[in-house]
Design a protein around this ligand. Sequence first.
Ligand code: GLA
Length: 760
Amino acid sequence: MANNATSDDALPDQRFDFEHGGDDAVSSELAVHHHGPAPAADPVDEAQGEHQFIALRGGGTFVAIEATKGARPIILYAGPDMPGTAPSELATLAVRQHAPGTAAVPLRGSMMNEVGTGISGPSGLIAHRGGQDWAIDLRLVMIEQRGEHEVTLCCEDTNTAVAVCHTLSLDPETGVLTSSTEIENRADSELQLDWAAALCLPLDQRLERIFSFTGRWSGEFAIEEIAPFQGSIVRENKAGRTSHDVYPGAFAGTPATSEDSGLAAGFHLAWSGNSRLRVDRHSDGRALIQIGEMSFPGEISLGRDESYRTPDLIAAWSRDGFNDVSQRLHDHLCNEVLDKRSFAKPRPVHYNTWEAVYFDHDEATLITLAEHAAAVGAERYVLDDGWFGGRRHEDAGLGDWWVSDAVYPDGLHAIVKRVKELGMEFGLWFEPEMVNPDSDLFRAHPDWVLGADGVDAVPFRGQFTLDLTRREVFDYLFDKITKLVTEYGIAYIKWDMNRDTNYPGSGGRGAMHAQTQAVYKLMESLRAAHPDLEIESCSSGGGRADFGILRYSDRIWTSDNNDARTRQHIMRGGSQFLPLRVLGNHVGPKKCHITGRQFAMHFRVASAIFGHMGMELDLRDESEADLETLKAGIALHKKHRELIHGGHFLRLKSTATTNMIGCVARDQSEGLFSYAKLESELNTLPDRMMFGGLDPARHYRVQMVWPLANPSLSTPSIIEAAKLLEGGTTFSGAALMGYGIQPPLTFPDTCLIYHLEATD
Ligand code: GLA
């Protein structure tokens, strides 16, 4: 579509998949699809009463479903493939019996474990009509299998007039399961949907250890191991964004699972709004995981023939440890979720202005910074917050998306021109969903914000969340952004979102679901209007970093914390779900603005090489020597970025004082490994580092490519013995992985990068 497309050109007719009322208020209909009656159900066929089964197989995953028409469908198994196994075998192997003190027949549940199945554990579907029709009991009426990888199963409960369709699809490359459930109301009275999991997915009983992901602003992706438990763990997020503290995802392993061996699984909800994840170990010994969107009371209410579709559950399994689960998720994201524009060119090295100037914008300074940035190797220049409206501090201007006359009397033209002359792309920061009370937009439209009547708004960074479910708000944002993108040839938007949305009421009802969809639609519309435009998803750092937003964006701003030592941990946590190609990672100032700690340039640079690399510092404050180091580090990243962004990522088993990671080419012909020493070790000398992912039968020449000078505290060390800085030495892959390499003794906050190249 042409760049000058109007918003109407850019938008599909059915803008939100739902209809708007004529006035400003938004009805509850915004939460749902209107798509007319669901397909007529097949008549229950002759085979009723006999057991029927479905097998999905692909990418090493096997999903076995008992799918007998007229009965409740149930997932018998989801996990690593057991080749040659038919689902019917599992059904027999799993036959259970009556246990004293329980129901007279063993209760099996269903794909939603809805209330009418009678099972005692938590239901995956909770709905009712004003307190009636709550004991839903769904029976299979239609199966549509599309090849070996995909199936839709539709069920109906004529008693409560509720119908659901489950769609399950296996990625044939990675074995990643994507699944969602659509719930439809088939009666005249409203159906209130209180909870709908994407699916009730059985969890292998051996997966006793659960890992959840928590954190805070500037401390994202902290991994929390949950000890084996009986009963339930629940993670609920109602921040109105993916959140820093309740990531919608979990990993699971056995007591023996490690990064590179053992049964492992990963689960994620591809959704950027509210969420709930629960793992339940029932008293009958079964374990299930549910993950879905959490709604506000009454938020999802369906009229006749209206339906609600859950966000996608994403799940991956492996018998080869957590790294393999991550690799499957990474590859699935790259192959199936990210837009092709993300792959049109190598990931450009960024220069971001935020920590260099904050709100203190000045054209000459920003041009000087662009020149310094280009000189050390930047390929994309991102002008951060502070360029628009009255945005001279964080309490004003959001919503006024025009270049500030006061700061830039001639617009951004001089900066953009210079940036492009220097061979860089120009990117600009927006926070589209937000408005400051001190803004022209709010003064003109104080009613354009989400809220709950009679409830004080929660103060949060001096801003409110706009109601994007209203067409005029949506259009306003589309028009303002597209105009700037066109005028300045903007290649990149850093799309920020800096507050929780506590009371997302619209027209009196909860509207977080519709708001999240509207944000996606706005991004999608802008990208349709500007086919090369890339978007970064930022939310106070990594507060919106999920597979849902990544359908419409190309990069995550992983964290505001550029402290190189902390960033090692944040990147390791983020890598569980997300590949390095989307995880933004910047070289920060010598004294970190978040932690106050100081790090040498060689360590700051090394810590940013593994990721989508960038810089975020005042380059005028750096010494010539440090600028040279920075330049060399950026050159090293560029030299190996195909490997970093396209190879297999590995978390190596690390110690309390180290973080070790690596990227190995898919043909195992080379690898780049990082050994970051974060503290002094307990012993006099460090433990050997074990490489991973190599071909044990091949030989590899090992060189140390970072730092540039010998970092060892005493000589001679392995650096001399193995000529690591002078052409390297060749070792077998088996030795490098099975015996490892002795790291030299260095100061903490030193990061050694090894390049390994196969010689045979
Ligand atoms: C958030 C982002 C930062 C920066 C500021 C600007 O905190 O995470 O990177 O863009 O907003 O206000």
